[in-house]
Design a protein around this ligand. Structure first.
Ligand SMILES: [Zn+2]
Length: 263
């Protein structure tokens, strides 16, 4: 069986970035019946706390909490996410295999170089994945029937590993950067579970001695996450929300149905 395409794929530099920036949205989309996925570019081997193996187990747990269908971490070095041809091909391969309609990328400005580089790298990979003549070096899936058969060539199912695909929509998760979002997603119902997905990274967020100056205590983490979610919720008149930015303008069919009160 060929894998079913994802509806939404969130791409981020580090395991736990997605949980912090758009985890509530992914959970909400899964609850609405969409197939969601997470691609982490690195495995977290440079982190002050925990090993890459520990973080892999925690990432699995977090993915289950957020009800995502698919999660993978690439082998790009942690702390050295670079927008190279090789890395773009790695991400383009995933885009072709998973065929998402929507891709969520980190916003293109920020404090951590891995975050803003992941944004450009992800965008360029989405573009490349749609180029008909681009060979990403992906081998055809073993169970994909790519050999031309006698008879009607339309009978041959396309092999997703090598068939070009470009997502329809790219949304940028802006939570890490102080920029006004173009839309927010109401995560009031998902807020608690999304917080649990972040706390599943016990190696990072359990109170401990290592990195105590860089990592806030757990009570403080909860307070900060709640404050951010409330702030973005308030902008749209809901309790909790996650912020996004799209480069395109919004398209409206009926003025009477535009949400968010003006006055
Ligand atoms: Zn990060």
């Amino acid at each position: 069986m060929l894998p079913r395409p994802l509806d939404i794929l969130a791409i981020a530099a580090h395991r736990d970035d997605v949980e912090q920036t758009c985890g509530g949205t992914l959970l909400k989309m899964a609850q609405r019946g969409h197939r969601t996925g997470i691609l982490d570019l690195t495995q977290g081997e440079m982190g002050t706390r925990g090993t890459a193996e520990e973080r892999a187990r925690e990432a699995d747990r977090a993915a289950r909490i957020l009800e995502v269908c698919w999660r993978q971490a690439l082998d790009i070095p942690d702390g050295r996410v670079e927008n190279t041809w090789e890395n773009r091909l790695k991400v383009a391969r995933v885009i072709r295999e998973q065929r998402p309609r929507v891709v969520i990328l980190p916003y293109w400005q920020g404090r951590h170089p891995d975050h803003y580089t992941a944004s450009t790298l992800g965008y360029e990979a989405c573009f490349l994945a749609g180029l008909a003549k681009l060979d990403t070096g992906a081998s055809p899936l073993p169970d994909a029937d790519v050999l031309p058969r006698a008879g009607n060539p339309q009978d041959v199912p396309p092999d997703p590993a090598v068939t070009p695909h470009r997502p329809f929509k790219i949304a940028y998760a802006t939570l890490y950067y102080d920029v006004r979002p173009t839309f927010v997603v109401d995560i009031t119902e998902q807020f608690e579970t999304r917080l649990q997905s972040l706390l599943a990274y016990k190696s990072q967020f359990t109170d401990q001695e290592a990195g105590k100056d860089d990592f806030p205590a757990q009570a403080e983490i909860r307070a900060r996450i709640e404050a951010m979610a409330r702030f973005y919720g308030m902008l749209a008149g809901v309790t909790y929300a996650e912020p996004f930015l799209q480069k395109e303008v919004g398209l409206v069919e009926d003025l009477t149905l535009i949400p968010v009160k003006s006055i």
